[in-house]
Design a binder for this molecule. Structure first.
Ligand code: GDP
Ligand code: MG
Length: 162
């Protein structure tokens, strides 16, 4: 079977932008408005001759209600059915309470997690990414999903984790 990589995180951290970067085409919907991706959306990806499925999800939030609860539930199903999880955090904003709640959800899942420090568009922002060590998920992986900075190294790390 083709291995599955789920991309999760709170709204607007750049999950869909990262999915497009991984698959090498603009297929996942990127929006400034949170809540655009509602379901789990799988895409075919390949890197270094290996194939995998990358699953985009909507923004995860704790104690969500109504529509947001359905989105969060879908994200949790994506985690439960993944081989590896990419947990995306906005390095410019830093770790929020919602990020910390997501870490607790991910711990309960016991899945392997790669911590992505997104929006590291330049060397200066890398300093801010180091603060994400506080999430307790090990070394943050600094990338710019928008500009591609660090994307090759991340894809290598994903294959190593599969
Ligand atoms: P999602 O809600 O987590 O799927 O986030 P999106 O992928 O839709 O992105 C939300 C916003 O963040 C959009 O305006 C993106 O262009 C922007 N964004 C995503 N990745 C980056 C990045 O690496 N750097 C910067 N500066 N902006 C980004
Ligand atoms: Mg999205």
């Amino acid at each position: 079977p083709v291995p599955v990589v789920a991309v999760v995180g709170r709204p607007n951290v750049g999950k869909s932008t990262l999915v497009n970067r991984i698959i090498g085409r603009r297929q996942a919907v990127v929006e400034d408005v949170p809540g655009v991706t509602r379901d789990r959306v799988p895409y075919d990806a390949q890197w270094s001759g290996r194939q995998f499925t990358v699953v985009d999800t909507g923004g995860w939030e704790p104690d969500a209600r109504d529509r947001a609860a359905a989105i969060a539930a879908q994200a949790e199903i994506a985690v439960a059915t993944a081989d590896v999880v990419l947990f995306v955090v906005d390095a410019v904003v830093g770790a929020t309470d919602v990020d910390e709640a997501a870490v607790r959800m991910l711990r309960r899942s016991a899945k392997p997690v790669i911590l992505i420090a997104n929006k590291v568009d330049n060397a200066a922002t890398e300093i801010e990414a180091t603060s994400l060590w506080s999430l307790g998920l090990g070394e943050p992986f600094p990338i710019s999903a928008l500009h591609g900075r660090g994307a090759g190294d991340l894809l290598d790390a994903i294959l190593d984790a599969l």
